[in-house]
Design a protein around this ligand. Structure first.
Ligand SMILES: Nc1nc2c(c(=O)[nH]1)N[C@H]1C(S)=C(S)[C@@H](COP(=O)(O)OP(=O)(O)OC[C@H]3O[C@@H](n4cnc5c(=O)[nH]c(N)nc54)[C@H](O)[C@@H]3O)O[C@H]1N2
Ligand SMILES: Nc1nc2c(c(=O)[nH]1)N[C@H]1C(S)=C(S)[C@@H](COP(=O)(O)OP(=O)(O)OC[C@H]3O[C@@H](n4cnc5c(=O)[nH]c(N)nc54)[C@H](O)[C@@H]3O)O[C@H]1N2
Ligand code: SF4
Ligand SMILES: [Mo]
Length: 759
């Protein structure tokens, strides 16, 4: 079956409505080739470069050009792709592709040769390092870069240049989920997998607009729900999102109050005898601080006394009755419960705590590590897990679960990298907001930005665009498109090869690693980031560190670095990855099939076969997961007389982040051309605002002017606008708050206080 693009957009626009009656969200194994385009002469196995669902696909190539894609039927997505995936081919040939290295001289852009450009970049980096030391340079990377690319950057900056000032956009995205896993289980990354969806009886979707942000996962949930009429879906989101259309129970509440709700659910579970006391006694401990003593179930009950459903209702605006129902639905004996969450919990000043409280519900009820029973944090980007979290490409991490601050870990990595003891600096580097603050202050003077667009995606842009554009800083951007809201502020931009033009590994939500094969040559003079980083390393005198002849050679070193850690994927040879359709670690030997459920006897290779229990939380020294006492805390900013509304931001189905890619696809741009302010009819009436009126939304930090859309999606008192618009007037991050979670340092994009005026 071949769908025209118009048909496809119509189909995906209808998809969320169709969801309620179980019509598939995307067309199975359709290709994206519009009628008239010749069929491909070969198909190259790859993965979608957008979201953390990680859909497998085949790239159709004819005469050296990508002419279509089709979903991989043998991968987890069973041949399905969403609209963004289907339109991937056209981004490669966008007129906005950056084809040559460019330098900004006296405010105008000039073309350079690669040699001139890389010479200039290396010279300026060397100058800064010589005059101000290695801590005056930094790297800002991406959960969309390939694993080999992030690994190379990590090695170059931490062991070559010797600065830990390397962070990346996963800090804006997954840092709180990491904090949640690490504080609860001692190790990052989920224990469950997509297959659990097919076994779940209850879905608890909190702070996730799965329908638009992870459409193929959402479709699998719908399939499960239409196969069994007893399946229940709880959606907890202050907006009645597209996801909520399949909800049996939609809990809406004031933004930032769901910690009270989650605690109240735990309180109902204990009060009504719905907990699993044996599981709690065998596998958990109670804590209220990392250094304090272990506490008891009685302490926990006392803590929860402040969170009866009635008290939680008073805090959150969600009815006590609904909270009770949700708790009972979640905890019902004999049924499998699966939680999924994303930025509604992570992008919060209490992001880690909110994550802990979801894990608490699974631990209290023992609904964990069983088919269909698991907490599964949905990852945003296609390689935030594989390349950045697992690969340790953040300012406080080293590869595969190791920490900068841990001397033994530094020694291990120094040995594996064959660099002298003491090479890796013992102090964690600057995390994202601190890195960009340091650029503002001039303590970081040279920054390489790769595969991310912080000039649009950082919160509080009026603050952070300053340092990026300052004459006193040297900013280099590796980018596939031009102009972007970051590239316009840079000194040098380097044309990067995109997706099908290069090869490497992506690791998505469920610990699934997959190979993207190169299908075509890069556009213009573009080069893979792997080659760009290698060239820079050589010019900075660190060539020997990264002297890989191919991405595969780097991968083989990466497998060695992960060997013997909890991530072990020694068995994922390139050869096997070329043949197979995604592999889940741990996968410690070539014959190993991979691990669907971690910490589970008989499945996880690190749990001894004769272990006395079904579950072994081996990530923690006492083999017990932590049930955390985390109080409700207000967001950094709450509405007041001057800024009386909550403002939240997020995604729509058709676009990807800063829309450098999806914005160049005519069909997607037409479907959703600009950001709009979604306002509840009650608020619109009070403000005298109608759909299509222009409204100014202002916070203490900045303002935007967008058209209003009066609609019963946000709850009264809450305004939503999507984050994809790149026009200055409509860039939501002029408004958002850069306050961060104290543990994860992830900013609170999801909550700020605003004023709304007719413009
Ligand atoms: N189409 C599309 N898909 C994407 C992306 C994209 O750009 N476009 N990006 C990918 C990436 S990197 C990410 S991180 C994911 C993000 O995926 P999601 O997190 O699912 O998407 P968002 O729209 O950012 O936010 C989710 C929801 O959080 C809700 N929310 C706001 N405040 C609160 C609160 O206080 N509590 C709770 N419980 N919820 C709240 C919002 O109303 C919103 O519906 O999407 C990935 N998938
Ligand atoms: N208001 C608000 N802001 C947010 C969020 C929110 O919910 N609300 N969410 C935050 C989250 S979760 C995320 S993940 C971030 C995402 O924010 P960004 O990472 O800044 O957004 P992207 O548009 O994904 O940027 C990727 C860039 O890489 C370029 N590119 C694509 N492929 C390649 C390649 O192979 N190599 C190179 N060198 N470049 C390439 C693209 O053209 C694009 O400019 O946004 C954050 N910002
Ligand atoms: S669901 Fe995500 S990975 Fe799958 S096709 Fe859509 S954007 Fe790509
Ligand atoms: Mo993200």
């Amino acid at each position: 079956m071949v769908l025209s693009r118009r048909d496809f957009i119509k189909a995906s626009a209808a998809a969320t409505a169709a969801a309620t009656v179980g019509i598939p969200l995307a067309a199975p194994a359709a290709t994206s080739a519009p009628p008239g385009i010749q069929s491909p002469e070969r198909w190259v196995k790859s993965v979608c470069r957008y979201c953390g669902t990680g859909c497998g696909l085949f790239i159709g190539v004819r005469n050296g050009r990508v002419v279509s894609v089709k979903g991989d039927k043998d991968n987890h997505n069973k041949g399905f792709l969403c609209a963004k995936g289907y339109f991937l081919p056209s981004i490669l040939y966008s007129s906005e592709r950056l084809l040559h290295p460019m330098v900004k001289r006296n405010g105008t852009w000039e073309r350079l040769s690669w040699d001139e450009a890389m010479d200039l970049v290396a010279r300026r980096f060397r100058q800064v390092i010589e005059q101000h030391g290695p801590q005056a340079v930094g790297f800002y990377g991406s959960g969309q870069a390939l694993t080999e690319e992030s690994y190379l950057a990590n090695k170059l900056f931490k062991a070559g240049i010797r600065t830990n000032n390397m962070d990346g956009n996963p800090r804006l995205c997954m840092a709180s989920a990491v904090g949640g896993y690490v504080t609860t289980y001692g190790k990052d990354e989920p224990m469950g997998c997509y297959e659990d969806i097919d076994h779940a009886d209850v879905f608890f979707l909190i702070g996730s607009n799965t329908a638009e942000a992870h459409p193929i996962i959402y479709q699998r949930i719908i399939q499960r729900k239409s196969a069994d009429k007893n399946v229940r879906v709880i959606v907890a989101d202050p907006r009645r999102t597209a996801t909520a259309r399949i909800a049996d129970l939609h809990m809406d509440f004031l933004p930032g109050t769901d910690l009270a709700i989650l605690n109240a659910m735990a309180s109902v579970i204990l009060q009504e005898g719905l907990a699993d006391p044996d599981f709690v006694a065998t596998h958990t401990t109670f804590r209220d601080s990392p250094d304090g003593p272990a506490l008891s179930l009685e302490d926990y009950r006392r803590f929860l006394a402040a969170y009866t459903p009635e008290k939680a209702e008073a805090i959150s605006g969600c009815s006590a009755e609904l909270i009770g129902k949700a708790a009972r639905m979640f905890a019902e004996r004999g049924r499998a419960t699966m939680s999924m969450w994303t930025m509604g919990l992570n992008q919060r000043t209490s992001g880690v705590a909110a994550n802990n409280l979801v894990h608490n519900l699974h631990l209290l009820t023992g609904k964990i590590g069983l088919p269909g029973s698991t907490p599964l944090s949905l990852t945003g980007q296609p390689n935030a897990c594989g390349g950045v979290r697992d690969g340790g490409a953040l300012s406080h991490l080293l590869p595969y679960g190791r920490l900068i601050a841990n001397e033994k870990h530094r020694r291990e990595i120094e040995q594996l990298w064959s660099v002298p003891e003491g090479t890796i600096q013992p102090k964690p580097g600057l995390s994202t907001v601190d890195l960009f603050s340091a650029l503002n202050e001039g303590t970081v003077k040279a920054l390489l930005i790769l595969c991310t667009n912080p000039g649009q995606s950082m919160p509080n842009l009026n603050k952070y665009r300053k340092g990026l554009g300052s004459d006193d800083t040297f900013v280099v951007v590796s980018e596939a498109f031009f102009p972007t809201r970051t590239a316009e502020l840079a000194d040098v931009v380097l044309p990067a090869a995109l997706w099908a033009e290069k090869e490497g590994v992506y690791g998505c939500t469920e610990r699934r690693y997959q190979l993207l094969e190169k299908a075509v040559e890069p556009a213009g003079e573009a080069r893979p980031d792997f080659a760009i980083l290698k060239d820079l390393a050589r010019r900075l005198g660190h060539g020997a560190l990264v002297n890989f002849q191919s991405e595969e050679e780097a991968w083989n070193e990466i497998r060695k670095v992960a060997r013997g850690t909890a991530y072990d994927f020694t068995g994922m040879t390139r050869e096997r990855m070329r043949k197979e359709h995604g592999l889940l670690w741990p996968l410690p030997s070539e014959g190993h099939p991979g691990t669907k459920r971690r910490y589970v006897r008989g499945e996880d290779p690190f749990v001894p076969a004769d272990h006395p229990h079904r579950i072994d939380f081996y990530g923690r020294p006492d083999h017990r997961a932590v049930i955390w006492m985390r109080p409700q805390k207000d967001p950094a900013e709450k509405p007041d007389a001057e800024y009386p509304f909550y403002f939240t931001t997020g995604r729509v189905l058709e676009h990807w982040h800063t829309s450098t890619m999806t914005g160049t696809v005519p069909e997607l741009r037409r479907a959703v051309p600009t950001a709009l302010a979604e306002i509840h009819p009650e608020d619109a009436r009070n403000l005298g605002i109608a759909t299509r009126d222009r409204v100014r939304i202002s916070s203490r930090r900045g303002s935007i002017v967008v058209e209003a859309r009066v609609v019963e999606i946000p709850r009264p008192g809450l305004i939503f606008a999507h984050m994809h618009d790149r026009e200055t007037e409509r860039m939501v991050n002029y408004v958002t708050n850069d306050a961060t979670d104290p543990i994860s340092r992830q900013p609170e994009f999801k909550i700020s206080a605003v004023r709304v005026d007719k413009a």
